[in-house]
Design a binder for this molecule. Structure first.
Ligand code: PMP
Ligand code: GLN
Length: 390
């Protein structure tokens, strides 16, 4: 095949995702997997049954409509109204995707030209880096720095150039757990309006907020017509394998994103779409219990990690805790995470892989708490010996 590399230049260096690498390591070593963020308990049984019924009753077993089944688009619009007071037309302003991942890919591929600059909160969720690269665009990091991991709005202003096309937001933010405040969102929205920027906002953890509440940027003045909001069923309903996500935006933005989406998967997850439509209509008690349960787990794991010697940055949202390993005498999160399974049978994610400014993330390590309490306790127990073994 000659000397030319097979993988095209845009994808160079992207390799295997850190989540796949670390989950494989967990399986190979029998470690407690606090790396990849997937719950080890499935979501509500009645929703699983709704999916099974749809399969058995022949609903969604053949290609569903391209934009998603009307029942789900209506349920998404109702959900946006019920939780955020936002009105979207299910026919023209909602698009169902194969998870948030496809929504992100379709939005970036549809809306960016090669050379466009995209300012994104760093650490970046890994698919942002890949999709910006696939679009031939240029990522520009707005670094969230320990210990507060807040965005600096003056820094954001200084990063905007005539080539800036998009702000790519993620709140609640993976991996830091930062939830953008109304003041931060309003300052960011002001800059988007002033510089006529598009905003793509990934809000997959919208229901996992422990402090202050979730505020969609699309609700702010001047934002509705320039914002693509993205969410998915994976985190909210603990069915990460179903890969049902959605976009809400103006008709023009949805039409653009749909154009790219048609040629990525065309459609997906027919029967699961029926089940997710039911899930979105679950009573408030479902969402409250999910959050309360995760809050207890957050506090359990945060306490265990602190006792084991980590510096813990308490997350306001998501099901991840970012820690600093420096107090353990460690400097390199990647090395630490690769050796941790062998040292004590626990898997975590090195935040540094989500940074361009690697110095800002070198000693940071992420643990997830979306696991059963007995697993969290076991991990805490295993980690507690770490200091003695140094
Ligand atoms: N965005 C963020 C910030 C995530 O953490 C994840 C991980 N699940 C996704 C998007 C992908 O969501 P989905 O599984 O619905 O594709
Ligand atoms: N979002 C999940 C996490 O951050 C991983 C999803 C994936 O493996 N792509 O852990």
């Amino acid at each position: 095949m000659g000397a030319r590399p097979l993988l095209n230049r845009r994808l160079e260096g992207l390799g295997t995702t850190i989540f796949a690498e670390m989950s494989a390591l967990a399986a190979a070593t029998g470690s407690v997997n606090l790396g990849q963020g997937f719950p080890d308990t499935d979501g509500p049984a009645e929703i699983a049954r709704a999916a099974a019924d749809a399969v058995l009753e022949g609903r969604g077993n053949q290609y569903p409509p391209g934009p998603g089944i009307p029942e789900l688009r209506t349920a998404v619009a109702e959900h946006q109204k019920r939780f955020h007071g936002l009105s979207y037309d299910p026919d023209t302003e909602v698009l169902v995707t194969a998870g948030a991942t496809e929504a992100i890919a379709a939005a970036l591929l549809a809306l960016l030209e090669p050379g466009d600059e995209v300012i994104a909160l760093e650490p970046f969720y890994d698919s942002y880096t890949a999709c910006i690269a696939m679009a031939g665009a240029v990522r520009v990091p707005l670094t969230l720095r320990a210990p507060s991991f807040r965005p600096d709005v003056d820094e954001l202003r200084s990063l905007i150039t005539p080539r800036t096309r998009m702000l790519l937001l993620n709140s609640p933010h993976n991996p830091t757990g930062t939830v953008l405040t109304p003041e931060e969102l309003s300052a960011i929205a002001g800059l988007a309006v002033e510089h006529d920027l598009l905003v793509v906002t990934d809000e997959v953890y919208e229901h996992l907020v422990f402090t202050g509440g979730h505020h969609p940027i699309a609700a702010l003045p001047g934002m509705r017509e320039r914002t693509v909001s993205i969410s998915s069923a994976g985190k909210t309903f603990s069915f990460t394998g179903w890969k049902v996500g959605w976009v809400t935006a103006s008709p023009a933005l949805v039409a653009a994103v749909r154009t790219a989406k048609q040629y990525l998967t065309y459609v997906s997850a027919g029967p699961f779409q029926y089940a997710v439509a039911e899930a979105l209509r679950l009573p408030d008690s479902y969402f409250d219990t999910l959050r309360a349960d995760l809050l207890r787990k957050r506090d359990l794991l945060a306490g265990g990690l602190a006792a084991a010697g980590f510096r813990v940055f308490e997350p306001e949202g998501t099901y991840f805790i970012t820690t600093d390993i420096s107090p353990l005498g460690e400097k390199d999160g990647l090395e630490f995470c690769r050796s941790l399974p062998g040292r004590c049978g626990v898997v975590a994610i090195p935040n540094v892989v989500f940074y361009d400014n690697t110095e800002a993330g070198r000693s940071l390590v992420r643990f997830t708490f979306c696991k059963r309490t007995d697993k969290l306790r076991e991990a805490i127990d295993r980690l507690s010996g770490l200091r003695q073994r140094l």
